[in-house]
Design a protein around this ligand. Sequence first.
Ligand SMILES: Cc1cc2nc3c(=O)[nH]c(=O)nc-3n(C[C@H](O)[C@H](O)[C@H](O)COP(=O)(O)OP(=O)(O)OC[C@H]3O[C@@H](n4cnc5c(N)ncnc54)[C@H](O)[C@@H]3O)c2cc1C
Length: 452
Amino acid sequence: MQKNRRLFLQTAAATAVGSALTACGGGGDASPLVASSNAADSASTSALASADARVRTSTTSTPKSRVIVIGGGMGGATVAKYLRLWGDAISVTLIERMPTYTSCIMSSLVLTGQRSMSSLYFNYDTLRSKYGITTVFGDVVAIDPVAVKVTLADGTVLGADRIVMSPGIEFDAVPGLGTSDRMPHAWKAGPQTSLLASQLSAMPRGGVAILTIPKTPYRCPPGPYERACLVADWLKSRKPGSKLIVLDANPDIVTEKDNFTSAFLGVHGDVIEYVTNAEVTQADPGTMTLTTTAGNFRGDVINLIPRQRAGSLVTTAGLNNATEGRFAGVNVLSYASTVAGAGKVHIIGDASATTQPKAGHIANQEAKVCADAVSRILAGGSPDPAPVTNSACYSTITMSKASWLTAVFQYDPASATMKGVAAASGASTGWNGDNFDEMGKWFGYLMKDTFA
Ligand SMILES: Cc1cc2nc3c(=O)[nH]c(=O)nc-3n(C[C@H](O)[C@H](O)[C@H](O)COP(=O)(O)OP(=O)(O)OC[C@H]3O[C@@H](n4cnc5c(N)ncnc54)[C@H](O)[C@@H]3O)c2cc1C
């Protein structure tokens, strides 16, 4: 079984490396990336097939190890599934606030009316029925990392051998904003996404929309830039004469710089005004004005994306020991916390501080490395000493064309970090309609690998 897991991880990584190399050499055709997703998907499918046999209830009376997973998003759902997929030695309880997960990935397309909210919904039925995961819908309010216990809001206390957390992110409070919903972030998909869509729809022709980009590190590095491009394209046809001001708290575009620079100055040059070093210091929802380090700006619609930190549970549990106390420091061989005495708590996804981007695809990859490591540890072994992860990302540059970006990371023992493999990472030169179509397929594969 150990061998199968290792093979699966290696196959997925090697496929991604191979396809990324092809993509780098071959220019803007994203089909090799899809081949990667396809191959990864078929790897998962074969893993799924063998898992069907493997996750049948054990006939022996050996007590199972117990793992509690907190958060059923991109990282949490994947780690719960793969902990069960790779053997019947572990019982898994997944604790999640909401009975339905709403994907942030693809959610900017709701703003332009190209996707419905319901197309972003995923439930936990298959994780329960196919993999035997126990689900508990509730809010975890406390963790005891030493006793390995969690407390839910209703007072229930659950214990385990290990805890894996993937609680995502929280936002810094913006001075002046209070509880007003006039400047939604729409950076956790849900009601705020629908709200921003309706505000954009009600915006007058010739109006001004504002989108703010927080300081790094934040969830989905290309996300705000791709949303800016998408909204700018939509404004051209739906709100002619309108402007989109992009206020970036960073000194420059933080990722995929060539494509976004070219889009901001070229195809969207008549709509987008891009301002750097513009950190929001105050919001006034009454006058719809933002005070920033680059001046004051007034908008008819304001998509205010605040600075981010790990989900609040990380801080409550005292596991926020990295990135100036914003995120959780982890050992990337197992994603165990680096806080003394908290080594039985593992943190994956956006809440952890690693050299990898805060992205759903990476959360899915970290989950597999973590599931493998936890399975080995609970069986008396050690984590794989040489994990490899990969990330693929498509960015909408217009309402029908996309670019892509891919990265491979390999464990570097000298720095004890995941290091980018330059020769296996790359970005498309420009954007096209084929990439846009492939983006939909990639999303389908990723969500299937996570929730089905
Ligand atoms: C607009 C947008 C576009 C994006 N596009 C892409 C993309 O194209 N590609 C990509 O790879 N990534 C993309 N991302 C990023 C991706 O959505 C995140 O990186 C990913 O969801 C992180 O996974 P996670 O498991 O860390 O957190 P999440 O997926 O947010 O899951 C966290 C879960 O934990 C639960 N939770 C939190 N605290 C508790 C608690 N105390 N008790 C119980 N449950 C709790 C929450 O309810 C939630 O379901 C995008 C993000 C945005 C906002």
